[in-house]
Design a protein around this ligand. Structure first.
Ligand code: ADP
Ligand code: MG
Length: 694
């Protein structure tokens, strides 16, 4: 493995068929056609595709590749791939290596095993994948990976990339209209930029192997709290231990080869918890790279005899893992539209984009919440370690003061002297990164971007970004419609800003999101508080949401219904797997273990003829009683698991209210037993064993 840092520039992207490589290896005509294709999203003709395919194949084969695969992002939340070799029979029993433009551009995987939410009738199992030329192909383990979208044969969307690409186009179109109003004639495209911070846990493989809950569910379903958790706050940003450092180094190397801009690594709050943050890039690439990152994280861990846990809550009692989605809009000339400017006109434009964001988030707060509704995330949101389930925006004091001044139509900064006149006055400098590190806000303005913090660590970043892009497109469209015909732009703009900030100021909250009083306050403001996946998911198909996404051509109403169904099914399936896993653990491991231990205690008491046996008998009695209660609780879970039928929405609620409650009850009982059972009898590595192994 390449470890010499001086070679990093050569190492970086060495496994990527990137623009530089294309320029070197394609004919100028093909290179220009590809360039035009990604800039104007114009289709490529087959001769060009053939040319690109040939160059890709040669490049890949030179690096040891034998196969290619269309790589796509079905609704499982994972990526999917099916490898085909380049071989074609040739005379004399030989083979030659071939890869055609047709194979590059289109694939036909059997789609029947991917979730479709009923969109793809079973008689029409075929789906197809189509090359996404805006994301670079790359090489992994002898296979050329081609990023693709995935649709049903009749064109219905079955993946996460298609709607993302659509939303990117849509927000660009509307944002450019706004830029024209401010005299920008240069910008041709506006591109959402995203930097997703990825949290994860690393544990020893031996511990992992001994715990069915970790193996089956990715999280512990049982486990008494260790005497030390994260209270000392000694792990956050702490020195990275050698074994973890070696892992991180290896991870960086692998990610860099794949062109992932891995930048920052550090320990997180919980023991064994870490973070990797890449440098932000265009959202489509960011999304592909994050999927790739999660996969590489798991694979590299194996080499170090570690397991990388991406679950939102692997361990109760210590922090879970999230993924912060840092989002902004940039012009194709590299201007960040959320950067407060230094001229009156730049500031006016900034405020208009800010207003669109605030209005959009307020109007579609429920939908943003839905995009992070996921079984694993239910353990985090609102649990005083992650943002509350209530969506609000943190602006910080400086920017809030500006917004307030606009709402009041009064002086800002210079009391008594001056009104803030949009487009005439310069805004007071809004310091970059003025964040007071308000970690309790779900959506924080951090100087020149918004940080959306509700996403779970295992989730695809596509969902929230599709939502943010589309919401933004909608509001910018409304503003452009209103302002394009204006006779007095300055004054109409000022009125619009004042109206929008006034109507939507309820979504701005700079206080402590963990505070109990915020729940009350949010209720008074009329904000949604969708505390669980079961509460949130039905909002997916709320009329206004369906109308938004269909209006912008992101989804059809059927596709939205299908997606809601897929998410609901997924929730039920995950809870059912957890319930069954827990039941197995209790019946096959825990109950036998505690029974054996209490029998041992009784046996010892018998043998201690004439001596006091208070310890043995009291403990045995206590354990027996708890064991009986645990058995009854397990029976209850089994009965409840066998009863969960009905309509999807009802089923989701049932799992949330009944099955999850049974599981908590079992956990409480089992954890209490763990604390009184001799270590040698307990069937699983304890939290202390797992979390403090280093
Ligand atoms: P912190 O943990 O303090 O929030 P990090 O450095 O871990 O900060 O992560 C910040 C993330 O935000 C990085 O991925 C960074 O590249 C990204 N980022 C910075 N500027 C922008 C921007 N304009 N648009 C989108 N993402 C950005
Ligand atoms: Mg960070």
């Amino acid at each position: 493995m390449e470890k010499n840092p001086s070679h990093l520039p050569e190492l970086f992207g060495s496994m990527v068929f990137n623009e530089d490589t294309m320029k070197q290896r394609l004919s100028p005509a093909s290179y220009n056609a590809w360039k035009k294709c990604i800039e104007n999203t114009s289709p490529l003709d087959l001769t060009i595709a053939n040319d690109i395919a040939e160059a890709m194949k040669q490049w890949a084969v030179e690096r040891g590749a034998t196969h290619f695969t269309h790589w796509f992002q079905p609704m499982t939340g994972y990526t999917a791939e099916k490898h085909d070799s380049f071989i074609t029979p040739a005379p004399g029993g030989r083979v030659i290596l071939e890869f055609s433009g047709k194979e590059l551009v289109r694939g036909e995987p059997d789609a029947s095993s991917f979730p479709s939410g009923g969109l793809r009738a079973t008689f029409e199992a075929r789906g197809y994948t189509a090359w996404d030329p805006t994301s670079f192909a790359f090489l992994r383990d002898g296979t050329l990976y081609i990023p693709t979208v995935f649709c049903s044969y009749s064109g219905q969307v079955l993946d996460k990339k298609t709607p993302l690409l659509r939303s990117i186009e849509e927000v660009s179109r509307q944002a450019v209209r706004i830029l024209r109003l401010f005299g920008d004639t240069q910008t041709r495209r506006v591109i959402p930029q995203v930097g997703p911070e990825q949290e994860y846990f690393l544990i020893d493989q031996d511990d992992f192997a001994k715990r069915p809950d970790l193996r089956m569910c990715g999280r512990t379903l049982l486990g008494a709290k260790p005497p030390k958790g994260q209270e000392l706050e000694d792990h956050y940003f702490g020195a990275i231990r050698p074994r973890v450092a070696a892992y991180m180094q290896d991870l960086d190397q692998e990610l860099w080869k794949l062109g992932v801009l891995s930048k920052t690594k550090h320990n997180e709050v919980a023991p064994c918890q870490h973070e990797m943050a890449p440098i932000y890039t265009d959202v489509n690439t960011a999304c592909d790279h994050n999927q790739l990152t999660m996969d590489v994280m798991k694979k590299v861990a194996k080499k170090h005899h570690l397991v990388c846990l991406l679950h939102e809550k692997p361990f109760a009692g210590v922090n879970g893992s999230g993924k912060h989605d840092n989002w902004s809009l940039s012009t194709d000339t590299g201007r960040n539209l959320f950067k407060p400017g230094s001229t009156p006109s730049q500031n006016a434009q900034f405020l208009l984009f800010l207003a669109a964001f605030i209005k959009g988030v307020d109007e579609y707060q429920d939908f943003l919440r839905v995009t992070v509704a996921f079984a694993g995330n239910d353990h985090r949101l609102g649990a005083q370690e992650a943002p509350p389930a209530i969506v609000s925006i943190f602006l910080g004091d400086d920017l809030s003061a500006v917004v307030d001044a606009i709402i009041r139509g009064t002086e800002y900064a210079d009391p008594g002297k001056k009104n803030l006149e949009i487009g005439v006055d310069v805004l007071p400098a809004i310091p970059q990164d003025n964040t007071d590190r308000n970690r309790t806000s779900p959506l924080a303005f951090t100087g020149n971007k918004f940080e959306f913090r509700m996403l779970g660590s295992s989730q695809s970043i596509a969902g929230p970004n599709i939502a943010l892009n589309t919401i933004m497109a909608e509001e910018l469209q409304q503003f452009a419609d209103e302002l394009e015909g204006s006779q007095d732009f300055q004054s109409d703009l000022q009125k619009l800003l004042r109206r929008v900030f006034t109507e939507h100021q309820r979504i701005i909250f700079n206080g402590n999101g963990y505070d109990e009083s915020w729940v009350e306050e949010a209720k008074k403001r009329g904000l949604c508080n969708l505390t669980s996946t079961a509460d949130a998911l039905p909002c997916y198909t709320a009329e206004k949401n369906v109308s938004l996404f269909t209006r912008h051509g992101i989804f059809t109403p059927e596709e939205m219904q299908a997606r809601q169904d897929i998410h609901m099914e997924n929730y039920c399936t995950l809870l059912s797997i957890e319930g069954l896993t827990l039941l197995g653990m209790i019946r096959r491991d825990v109950l036998p273990a505690v029974s054996a231990y209490s029998a041992e205690l009784c046996g010892r008491a018998d043998k201690k003829k004439g001596l006091s046996c208070r310890y043995e008998t009291t403990l045995a009695a206590d354990i027996s009683e708890k064991t009986d209660t645990l058995m009854a609780a397990a029976d209850q879970l089994e009965a409840d698991l066998s009863r969960c039928g009905g309509e999807l929405e009802e089923k989701v609620r049932y799992f949330h209210e009944t099955v999850a409650a049974d599981m908590s009850r079992i956990r409480e009982l089992a954890d209490a037993l763990e604390t009184v059972t001799a270590k040698e009898y307990w069937p699983y590595p304890s939290y202390s064993d797992i979390l403090f192994y280093m």
